[in-house]
Structures are given as C-alpha cells and as structure tokens.
Design a protein around this ligand. Sequence first.
Ligand SMILES: CC(C)(COP(=O)(O)OP(=O)(O)OC[C@H]1O[C@@H](n2cnc3c(N)ncnc32)[C@H](O)[C@@H]1OP(=O)(O)O)[C@@H](O)C(=O)NCCC(=O)NCCS
Length: 210
Amino acid sequence: MPRQSLFTQGVRMTHLIPEKLAGKNKRIYIRPLRASDFGSWRESQAAMAAPRSEFDVPPAVKPAGRTRKTFRGILKANKSLLRDGAGCFWGVFLNDNRLIGRIGLMNITRDAYQSAEITYRIFNPFWGWGYAQEAVKACLRLAFTELGLNRIEAYIEPVNLASVRTAEAGGFKKEGLARKKLFTRKAWRNVLVYAAVCSDHGFKLNPPEL
Ligand SMILES: CC(C)(COP(=O)(O)OP(=O)(O)OC[C@H]1O[C@@H](n2cnc3c(N)ncnc32)[C@H](O)[C@@H]1OP(=O)(O)O)[C@@H](O)C(=O)NCCC(=O)NCCS
C-alpha cells in the first residue's frame, strides 16, 4: 500500500510504529502489545494492588475474565484504532519484559492540526521510579518523528499531582484550565490543559500540504 501523507485525516499508521522504542535511560521501552504478551498482561493485572488514589482504577478485567479471548479483544481494539488513524496504544515494559503500564495517543486530528491527546498509566506496584516520565518522553519522540504530529495535549485534573508532575517532567507546558471538560467519577471536572509542541522539543515538522 502506498504511504499516505501524514497530513491526511485517517492515515493508516500500522507501518509507522517502530517495533519498540527505548526510554532515554533505557530502563523501560514502549511497544504495541502483541499476542505473545498474554502471559505478561495477565500477570500485570494480578500483581496490581488496591487503588492507591482516586485516579488509580482497579484492574479493568476481573480474574475470571483474564482469558486469551479478552486479550485478543484488547489487541483488536488497538489495531482498529491504528488502522483508522485515530489513536495508538503501547505497553510500557521494563527491560526484563514485565508489562508495567500503558501509554497512548488518542483523538489524533490530522489536516491543519496534526495534534493528539496523551494518556498514561503505570500500574501501582511500579509507581515512583520515574517510569512514567520516561515513557512520556519516548511517546513524544515517536509522536514528533514517525507520526508527524505537531502538538500533543494532556488534560489533567488539578488535584492529580502525580500526573501534573509527570507531564511537567516530560516537557509539557501548562496553558490554562478547561472548565467542565471531563466526565469522570460521576461529575464534570475542570482540567488543566498541558501541551507539548514539536518545535519546543527540538524536532522539525514539514508544514501541512493542504
Ligand atoms: C501519574 C502516574 C502515571 C505517575 O507514574 P510514576 O511512574 O509513579 O511517575 P514518575 O515516577 O515518572 O514520576 C513523575 C513525577 O511525578 C512525581 N510524583 C509521582 N507520584 C507523585 C505523587 N503521588 N504526588 C506528587 N508527585 C508525584 C515524581 O516525583 C516525579 O516528579 P519529579 O521528576 O519532579 O520528581 C501514576 O501515578 C498513575 O498511573 N496514576 C493513575 C493514572 C493517572 O492518573 N493517569 C494520568 C491521567 S491524566
């Protein structure tokens, strides 16, 4: 299939995602999940401790549901996002190949925007080791190079200090407050708007061919 222009809406991204991308200090790497990760995925779900903050959620899948079929469903959903060019999710892995979290880009908008929204989660047994900020930096590198994006946004509740600090440590800058942007935990919440822009991170993007 010919490579589509990165500026086109709905670009197929399957061929743009590298096999794996190491964090800067090489303690972690990010890569798409694949069928052979079933065991790591099941172990990571089982190892999660009870939620440690209001932003931490219990494992998405109950023990009885942690089957190959469920995992295939997750892979399928990830693939279809990639195919449609709407988003992409990666596993965050330690160098010993343990799965410790996930990171992704959602709501990818092409044409004159070339922007996306970042989302991240490190499973709670692995908090506090700097893994999130390393994964965020790797994700930005990928966004500003292979994926040809210009601006990545993060929407963060002001009281989620761990996430605020992760975004700042990853090189995001605060731009303001979006009122009642997010419906979560039974209410519409204000969120801080953080953004990382390609040129601030030393990458150069060719202008859109519109
Ligand atoms: C936010 C999250 C990904 C951080 O993961 P982590 O691997 O523990 O983060 P890091 O170790 O890379 O730390 C990043 C920064 O946050 C700070 N930090 C971490 N936990 C913190 C806490 N509870 N309170 C205040 N700061 C905290 C660290 O000190 C570090 O800042 P520094 O470099 O200035 O010292 C993790 O807490 C998480 O998954 N939370 C639940 C999901 C979530 O909130 N996702 C974001 C939604 S917007």
